[in-house]
Design a protein around this ligand. Structure first.
Ligand code: SAM
Length: 313
């Protein structure tokens, strides 16, 4: 059959559910380690370039990561309006900090990543993603468990960006999609602060977790919205959940947003502008209904969890 000639010999098998599998072909394995926290592969795929896989789940790849990092970061920093101190949780590949530093008002971008082995491997192999952003004097990388660091140190952050891996069974992110964690983050925000988190797939039958995470955020923040973008590496559209200590601009005027961004952001934005933001702020009916009609929350006693795999040592 035309077009069915496969050219890869290695495949990363990502389990969306036990009965739904996605394969990305791989032409080279750049690094593989079982760290204290997870199984890490850094691979090169013909389709998506170099990418990071943790516990069998694609985290990021060169060719389409902007479709994830720009909506994650710029929606939150725009909603804040004048972010100075930004905290990124997770984010080993550096794409989130790279985007945060484009904001002229940002004086400090601190990243707390639990796995130094993964961070070091990303520094070595994913230069097209981090683009040396941690050499910027405004950037700082720290290693530790985001929940523990926040519980111990709190803080007074203008924006907290959670660029975390999925809450898989016994993954280090397992407890970071819960009401308790969101509350700890809220307490670490300065007045007018904004919190954003990647919040899983948004299309049926995978969207229960997203709805649950958004609902849970709504019990911690009075101003909440959710949105999504389509990043082919992840196969399904990935959602984001955003909570704010001040009212949100959920009906942005594109021309005004563009003028504001021209004033406050240095560097190219390939995804994010006023028209894109207006689209992001308009989640479809089925998704809004799913959030509004459900009851389940995500708590430490009963956290939202995702299907995943990976050879755990
Ligand atoms: N774009 C990806 C996604 O949407 O799933 C996230 C990418 S980023 C590489 C995820 C990072 O979160 C990983 O490097 C992982 O080590 C980190 N992480 C997971 N749990 C953590 C925790 N408790 N504290 C700090 N970092 C954590």
């Amino acid at each position: 059959m035309a077009g069915s000639r496969l050219s890869s010999d290695y495949w990363i098998t990502e389990y969306m559910t036990e009965d739904d599998v996605h394969l990305h072909g791989v032409e080279r394995i750049l690094d593989f380690k079982r760290t204290e926290y997870q199984e890490m592969s850094i691979v090169r795929s013909k389709t998506f370039g170099a990418g990071l896989v943790l516990d069998g789940k694609w985290q990021v790849s060169e060719r389409d990561e902007f479709l994830y990092h720009e909506p994650l970061v710029h929606t939150a920093l725009y909603q804040h309006g004048a972010p100075s101190r930004v905290l990124v949780l997770g984010g080993a590949d550096g794409g989130a900090v790279r985007e945060v530093l484009k904001w002229k008002s940002v004086t400090k971008a601190v990243q707390v990543e639990i796995d130094k082995v993964v961070y070091d491997a990303c520094q070595e192999h994913l230069g097209n993603i981090h683009q040396g952003c941690f050499q910027n004097p405004r950037a700082e990388i720290r290693f530790g468990d985001a929940f523990e660091v926040l519980e111990k140190e709190g803080g007074s952050w203008d924006v907290i960006v959670c660029d975390l891996s999925d809450p898989l069974e016994d993954s280090p992110a397992m407890n970071l999609f819960t009401r308790e964690f969101f509350t700890t983050c809220r307490e670490a925000l300065a007045p007018g602060g904004v919190f954003v988190i990647q919040a899983g797939p948004v299309t049926p039958p995978f969207d229960d977790g997203h709805a649950r995470i958004v609902r849970t955020l709504g019990t911690v923040f009075e101003n909440v919205t959710h949105f999504f973008s389509c990043t082919p590496t992840y196969v399904v559209p990935l959602g984001f959940a955003l909570g704010s200590l001040k009212p949100l601009d959920t009906d942005p005027e594109p021309a005004k947003v563009d003028a504001f961004l021209a004033e406050n952001v240095d560097g190219e934005l390939r995804f994010f502008d006023g028209i894109a933001l207006r689209g992001l702020m308009s989640p479809p009916k089925y998704l809004r209904d799913k959030v509004a009609k459900g009851e389940t929350l995500s708590t430490l006693d009963d956290p939202a969890r995702y299907t995943g795999t990976g050879v755990k040592s």
